[in-house]
Design a protein. Structure first.
Length: 258
């Protein structure tokens, strides 16, 4: 019938927004990931728990309506997210916690299924991180598999971004290694070796790009002088905003023990 209306009046049927969306929004100096869930209901509501910020709304809820609601309650949202961050920092993140895992800035559900594989295997399937394991109860082995997968994906991502910006800067591809430092995102020594924190893989790509550009700029200027920041700006014109966002996003990251 709706297509019949289209034929008679020339108006295509209005497409329904997706029932579930993973998004992010800038609040103060932080980039906050959130999930929209549309259900047969009449009103919009906000919910914050160990899974992060979720917005529940009617099936035809628009993105503008969601973002207006979030900005209206910005102070409350940031306060509650900080409270849950403190809880996570005390107990850490594990697969059994059933929390979405931030991956390239988006909350990705982690699903576990039994399989005959000898070793646990992880893969992204339809926006979910699927862990196939012969023993879902072997938390230690599954956790190690998760960390290994994250590190592998980090190296794949970082190599591409470093190659891109090295070419833009006109320097040779440097030696790249991963680090798990708890206080630094990256480093560059006078031999041209760059080390990047694998936990960057949790962050949105623009923040990863900022860190990559920052370390590559040291190949030109081994300091933080105005000349250094001018080099950064050739790669990331809006580096100041990226730097602020990076600082604000730290509070949303999971603490994954290795």
């Amino acid at each position: 019938m709706r297509w019949a209306n289209f034929l008679l009046f020339g108006n295509a049927p209005r497409s329904e927004p997706p029932e579930e969306q993973a998004r992010s929004i800038a609040l103060s100096d932080r980039i906050v990931p959130y999930t929209i869930r549309r259900r047969p209901r009449r009103s919009l509501s906000l919910n914050i728990d160990h899974r992060g910020l979720r917005v529940l709304g009617p099936m035809r809820t628009t993105l503008r309506e969601v973002e207006t609601l979030i900005h209206t309650h910005e102070d409350w949202i940031l306060k509650k997210l900080d409270e849950w961050r403190d809880v996570r920092l005390h107990r850490g993140w594990t697969i059994v916690a059933e929390e979405p895992l931030p991956y390239l800035g988006a909350p990705v559900p982690v699903m576990t299924r039994s399989h005959t594989l000898r070793k646990p295997r992880l893969e992204l399937v339809d926006g979910q991180l699927l862990l196939s394991t012969h023993d879902p109860r072997d938390i230690a082995a599954n956790h190690r598999a998760l960390v290994l997968w994250l590190r592998e994906q980090a190296m794949i991502c970082f190599e591409k971004r470093v190659a891109h910006y090295a070419g833009q800067l006109g320097v040779a591809m440097p030696t790249l290694a991963l680090t798990q430092a708890k206080t630094r995102w990256g480093s560059c020594n006078n031999r041209g070796h760059i080390r990047l924190n694998w936990r960057l893989i949790h962050l949105p790509l623009p923040m990863i790009d900022y860190v990559v550009a920052h370390e590559l700029a040291h190949l030109k200027e081994m300091n933080h002088s105005p000349r250094f920041w001018a080099v950064v700006e050739t790669m990331i014109p809006d580096w100041r905003q990226a730097k602020r966002s990076l600082r604000g996003h730290v509070a949303t990251l999971p603490l994954i023990e290795v």
